[in-house]
Design a protein around this ligand. Structure first.
Ligand code: BGC
Length: 708
């Protein structure tokens, strides 16, 4: 049956049932017409385990263990679109395999401050990198007849006051930084999108006409559905009269949702037109049709397959970032290592069960310590010391999500320990330092965990928790060759000890095989090729949002740094970061040989082809991310010094040379003109800068963009 014909058959009650939650993760179906309920599941790191339909109580099933994928921050660190596509493919197959219709991922909000609790889900501070990776992930997901649900639209860049904070930000920054990933997702054909909790220009995002009607539908021509974040709708008329399609929430009074009985009554008494309900239902049906839910040959999906685990491992390998490696400390040669000391809570901690709605029940998760043991077998003696103490979380009677609409709810309340925590820290520190005296090979595995990288809460500062700075400082004093590994979803400050460390590795939450990948990296079976998807600053005051004193705000927050987020800020104001955007070392070295540029017009559109020749001039195979930044030489208005507009990851054997082609178009040179209300390209000279981070530029070439 055609959508219009189905619509004619539906009663108002049935239509309303299709546009609001009738369970915590599903809507109502219409069995008599063969319309199934729409089943959704979180989230970005794998398909979340099932809850009871109307309560945040786990069903405790045996069959909802799933593959644990790298988080958004880890996928972004790969700087590899194929990896993003692959992880989308795995996520889509697993979601479909678990019988879901919509997977609530990927999360694409821009990392405005490193303190945002959900940065581990998000990808980058840069809109281009985010857009490229997100669109490939969406394509991968949707190949399994499952809808991606890109979240959270829009300007959802902090957790503090997340349900109410009103974001004030100049139009140009909205267009150039905060919207491009969503626009790209729409262009890539995402079938659904999640409206954010926060407000923008005074209106909640889920009833924000400017965002949903003017920009999303009219300007971008989006045909898919808009699903509210859970509890993000606050008003029946406002939600009904804008193009939000499905209201979801965290409470079990499903019939009382704003788009449930109250909407039914408003239509009955004529205050809201039935046609607005029809529009929503049509979009839901349109999505269902695309998912083959209304008949057709729908894919069945699969989960926990060997192939998924293999692909997840490959992705994790590409996400490891080698920040520093003096004296070629890494990789270690297996033959020369007989005893290892591993220090740090993250050596043994499993992360898949945390983070908020991104939590999952992983089929398994390999910790770094287990990864080392699995790789090395019986000939190497590995000693482990915690090094620092992580206070436990309080057992709660209620699930955090159930009370997540109360602003005061503490997502992760920590247990009040009956003993002196600082004494405990000292004990563990001393124990680790004492042990270290006896070891030549020491690995530190610390960082953050999901008590900090978590939904509903922002970090208070940039420092490493649990006294790790002191531990590291003292450890490095006598053992500078210690391999310092930080597992975090966001930057931390390293000021206190960075200069004393010779080797630093960063990994984000890398999925079920994270620990094996870690071990393989230490011993050179994996050559690190990840790059930082965001700038690591030295201090919090060096971060743009904090330098202007505008994080996290309260009732409202003003993004007065405007366009100058991340590296755009550091370059403009000459603030030296700890590690720049795009940085990441390898066990081999790359020589950037040459750049050639060809410029032409294709159907009136500017096209610039940039050919870069690159050689692996080291001794082992490796992968390099070639980054292309565009610098307007004499901009007619204020613009960032340069912006990322192209990148490609290339694999090279030792001694091998390859030519890599990057393509630019008008969007690569454009800025948003608030006066003209559109993106414009100024004629003039642009410098094309190719390098291995925003600071380490190896080749440049100027071109002139002329009027056509
Ligand atoms: C989060 C969403 C999530 C939803 C459903 C909300 O708390 O913000 O990202 O998809 O819950 O669990």
């Amino acid at each position: 049956m055609k959508i219009d014909d189905i619509l004619k058959e539906l009663t108002l009650k049935e239509k309303i049932g299709m546009i609001h939650g009738d369970g915590l993760f599903q809507t109502k179906g219409v069995p008599r017409l063969g319309i199934p309920p729409l089943k959704m599941a979180d989230g970005p790191m794998g398909v979340r385990a099932d809850f009871q339909n109307d309560q945040w109580i786990s069903l405790n099933q045996e069959d909802d263990y799933v593959s644990y994928l790298p988080s958004g921050s880890a996928i972004a660190a790969s700087w590899n679109q194929e990896v993003a596509y692959d992880m989308g493919k795995v996520l889509g197959e697993e979601a479909r395999g678990r019988g879901k219709d919509v997977i609530l991922a990927p999360s694409v909000n821009i990392k405005r401050s490193p303190l945002c609790g959900r940065n581990f889900e998000y990808m980058s501070e840069d809109p281009y990198l985010t857009a490229k990776l997100a669109t490939d992930m969406i394509k991968g997901i949707q190949e399994s007849d499952v809808a991606a649900c890109v979240k959270h639209f829009a300007m959802n860049n902090q957790e503090t006051m997340r349900l109410w904070v009103d974001v004030k930000v100049e139009e140009r920054a909205v267009r150039e930084l905060y919207l491009p990933a969503f626009k790209a997702a729409v262009e890539a054909g995402t079938l659904s999108l999640m409206g954010a909790y926060n407000r923008y220009k005074g209106f909640h995002c889920c009833h924000n006409k400017e965002l949903l009607d003017d920009i999303l539908r009219t300007e971008w021509g989006y045909q898919g559905t808009v699903i509210s974040d859970w509890g993000a709708v606050h008003d029946t008329a406002l939600a009904a009269n804008c193009s939000l399609d499905i209201e979801m929430s965290v409470t079990d009074n499903f019939d009382e949702y704003f788009m449930a009985d109250p909407l039914y009554e408003a239509v009955q008494n004529g205050t809201i037109k039935e046609s607005v309900v029809d529009e929503k239902v049509k979009r839901v049906l349109w999505m269902m049709e695309h998912l083959q839910m209304l008949g057709g040959n729908r894919k069945s999906g699969s989960y926990n397959t060997q192939q998924h685990r293999q692909r997840i491992k490959e992705a994790a390998k590409e996400s490891v970032v080698l920040l520093k490696n003096e004296n070629h400390n890494l990789p270690w040669a297996k033959a020369s290592v007989t005893r290892i000391l591993v220090i740090g809570d993250n050596g043994t901690r499993l992360h898949s069960t945390g983070g908020g709605s991104a939590e999952i029940k992983a089929l398994y998760e390999i910790s770094p310590l287990m990864g080392l043991k699995m790789l090395l077998g019986g000939h190497v003696e590995i000693t482990y010391a915690k090094g620092y103490y992580v206070p436990e979380e309080m057992e709660s009677e209620t699930n955090w999500q159930e009370s997540s609409l109360e602003e005061s709810s503490n997502v992760h309340a920590q247990k009040k320990d009956s003993f002196d925590v600082s004494k405990k820290q000292e004990e563990l520190r001393k124990e680790a330092l004492e042990l270290a005296k006896d070891f030549e090979h020491i690995i530190y595995v610390g960082g953050l965990n999901h008590d900090f990288d978590v939904e509903g809460l922002d970090r208070e500062d940039l420092t490493l928790p649990y006294g790790q700075d002191q531990l590291l400082e003292e450890l490095l004093l006598n053992h500078p060759r210690t391999i310092v590994t930080l597992i975090t979803g966001a930057p931390v400050s390293m000021e206190q000890w960075e200069s004393k460390a010779q080797t630093i590795l960063w990994m984000s939450y890398a999925g079920m095989e994270g620990g094996s990948v870690f071990a393989e990296t230490i011993f050179g079976d994996n050559n690190p090729s990840g790059k930082l998807p965001e700038t690591w600053t030295k201090t919090l005051a060096d971060c743009p949002a904090h330098s202007v004193g505008e994080f996290p705000g309260a009732e409202s927050v003003a993004y007065t740094e405007g366009l100058y987020v991340g590296y755009r800020y550091h370059e403009k104001y000459n603030v030296k970061p700890q590690y720049p955007f795009g940085h990441g070392l390898s066990y081999t070295t790359f020589r950037y040989d040459s750049i050639e540029v060809e410029q032409f017009y294709e159907e009136q559109e500017i096209k610039v082809i940039v050919n870069v020749k690159i050689t692996n001039d080291g001794t082992v195979a490796g992968k390099e991310v070639i980054q292309l930044y565009v610098e307007p030489k004499n901009p007619q208005i204020d613009r960032p010094i340069q912006e990322l507009k192209g990148f490609a990851k290339v694999a090279l054997e030792a001694g091998e040379t390859k030519e890599v082609t990057l393509t630019l178009d008008a969007s690569s040179f454009a800025y948003y003109s608030e006066a003209k209300k559109q993106f414009v390209v100024d004629t003039g000279v642009y410098n094309l800068r190719v390098g291995t981070s925003n600071e380490d530029i190896r080749l440049e070439k100027e071109i002139r963009i002329l009027n056509k």
